[in-house]
Design a binder for this molecule. Structure first.
Ligand code: KG4
Ligand code: ZN
Length: 353
């Protein structure tokens, strides 16, 4: 007998619902609706109050549409998984309250899911072979983490960003270059036509990889962003080489991400790497990691629709937790800083934090 899990995601500016069918530990996506809130483009970033209101307006129809696409009714839902954080609290509240209310009225189990664990599960929707142990590079608008995943539910932090997240750096550089929000796709498009030799920006914290110490697998992107800003300021409007600047920035960011991911994979002796989060849509990043681990490990990445925020990944992580008998109470509250369950942060004394 299979089970249907309803996933709900409202952590930022996407209102999303998905239905995932699990049968003998195989999963099949029955329906996925992702409604992106366009309004934030006007402001060059997400406006929390507007995001919450838009979620309230959309959530009911989004869930109904996903059910219709899956060809089932609410009564056939066996469990409910909702993003409980990290994210914008007001936005998260909409999904959490909606999920709780459904769980209570349908009398079904309900679980709060960590958004980042959702990103880790995303590739399993298309790549059933993805299984630990693997190294995970999580790169989104809010987070940049390198993780050792010996088992599902166990995430050993190798390193994370000390300042801006990778996606945030793409977004900020995009604004500096006048390419708008969200920045990742715009920078990637521009960089394709850019000259890789015109701007060589610093590779932040790359040297630390060769030293033993806490910063080995850490990242930093704010200095790189400032270096781009300086180059923009020293240009005159008619010689502003936007494509070359985008290329220089993207090459520098990717170089560090790919080098550290590949080194961690090699040191752990793993044969699999997964890249998740919105920045995993970047093809240059994925090919750079593939090139560096070629012959030793394979790279698992979801398609773009499942890399950026969506409820299918929340349903996948939630179905795994529900199958283990985990449930949240109706007192579940969203948290903007919700830690990944099972996150192990090695102490600096033991290095690699
Ligand atoms: O995971 P996600 O959808 O939302 C968060 O959880 O933050 O990630 C969004 C981020 C944005 O910063 C966006 O600019 C970035 O992912 N992104 C990209 C690309 N597509 C999206 N960054 C680089 N290259 C891309 N093609
Ligand atoms: Zn995300």
């Amino acid at each position: 007998m299979g089970e249907w899990t309803l996933g709900i995601e409202t952590s930022c500016d996407e209102t999303s619902a998905a239905l995932l069918r699990t049968e003998n530990s195989h999963t099949r996506l029955g329906g996925l609706v992702i409604l992106s809130q366009d309004i934030h483009r006007v402001f060059g970033g997400v406006v929390p109050e507007l995001a919450s209101r838009a979620h309230v307006q959309a959530i009911g129809s989004v869930v109904e549409r996903a059910l219709a696409d899956a060809g089932i009714g609410l009564g056939q839902v066996d469990g409910i998984a909702v993003t409980a954080g990290p994210g914008l609290v007001g936005a998260l509240l909409v999904g959490v309250m909606y999920g709780k209310t459904l769980a209570m009225s349908l009398d079904r189990p309900f679980v709060g899911v960590n958004h980042l664990e959702g990103h880790l599960f995303a590739p399993t929707l298309e790549d059933p072979e993805l299984a630990p142990p693997f190294v995970a590079l999580l790169v989104s608008g809010g987070h940049t983490m390198l993780l050792d995943v010996p088992e599902w539910g166990q995430y050993r932090l190798l390193g994370q960003t000390l300042d801006d997240a990778a996606g945030e750096a793409f977004d900020k550089v995009s604004m500096l270059l006048g390419l708008g929000y969200p920045g990742g796709p715009a920078i990637e498009r521009m960089a394709r036509d850019g000259d890789p030799n015109r701007f060589r920006f610093p590779r932040p914290m790359l040297q630390e990889l060769e030293r033993d110490g806490a910063g080995r697998y850490a990242f930093s992107f704010s200095g790189l962003k400032t270096a781009v800003l300086r180059a923009v300021r020293s240009a005159t409007p008619d010689n502003l080489q936007v494509a070359d600047l985008a290329r220089g920035f993207q090459d520098a960011a990717i170089d560090v991400l790919a080098a550290k991911t590949a080194r961690a994979t090699e040191e752990l002796g793993y044969e699999t790497v997964m890249i998740g989060g919105g920045v995993a849509c970047n093809r240059a990043l994925v090919s750079a990691v593939r090139d560096r681990v070629a012959g030793n490990a394979r790279v698992s990445v979801a398609s773009p629709r499942l890399n950026t925020d969506n409820a299918a990944m929340i349903a996948a992580a939630g179905a795994w937790r529900l199958a283990r008998g985990e449930q949240s109470g109706l007192d579940l509250e969203p948290r903007d800083d919700l830690p990944i369950p099972g996150l192990i942060v090695p102490s600096p004394a033991r290095g690699h934090a």
